[in-house]
Design a protein. Structure first.
Length: 133
């Protein structure tokens, strides 16, 4: 009975944490995406939804994959240890996914700001007809 309770608790906490992180990323990441897509709100929101969907699929797949136990769970202590180990891995995966999304947003933002910069000015020697000697 302990293992079933541990897994139900694991699923509930994992799902709640995944939804919380995904919503936070979607809400705050949209600002970066709108700026990255030069104010194209529709495109930014579409990309944001796709990123969130990928986030859900990867995390749900991972925590469902983790729903297995190598041995018996005869005592409450064993169930709590199993639960903490499984949840610890879920939170580590959520953290890595969060950092990956931040990296992705910063790369998208960097490329957008590069496109918006004016072209570099020619060097003074070029303007004077050749290299300075």
């Amino acid at each position: 009975m302990y293992v079933e309770t541990a897994y139900l608790t694991y699923l509930a906490i994992s799902a709640a944490a995944t939804v919380f992180v995904a919503r936070t990323l979607a809400q705050h990441g949209e600002v970066f995406l709108i700026a990255s897509y030069s104010g194209d709100t529709a495109m930014a929101r579409a990309v944001n939804r796709l990123l969130v969907m990928g986030f859900y699929l990867i995390n749900a797949g991972y925590f469902l994959f983790q729903m297995r136990t190598g041995g018996a769970v005869p005592e409450l202590r064993d169930a709590l240890e199993l639960l903490s180990q499984k949840l610890g891995m879920v939170f580590l995966v959520l953290g890595v996914m969060h950092l990956f999304n931040l990296y992705l947003f910063s790369r998208i933002r960097g490329r957008a700001s590069e496109r918006m910069e004016p072209p570099p000015l020619p060097h003074d020697s070029y303007l004077q007809g050749g290299p300075v000697r």
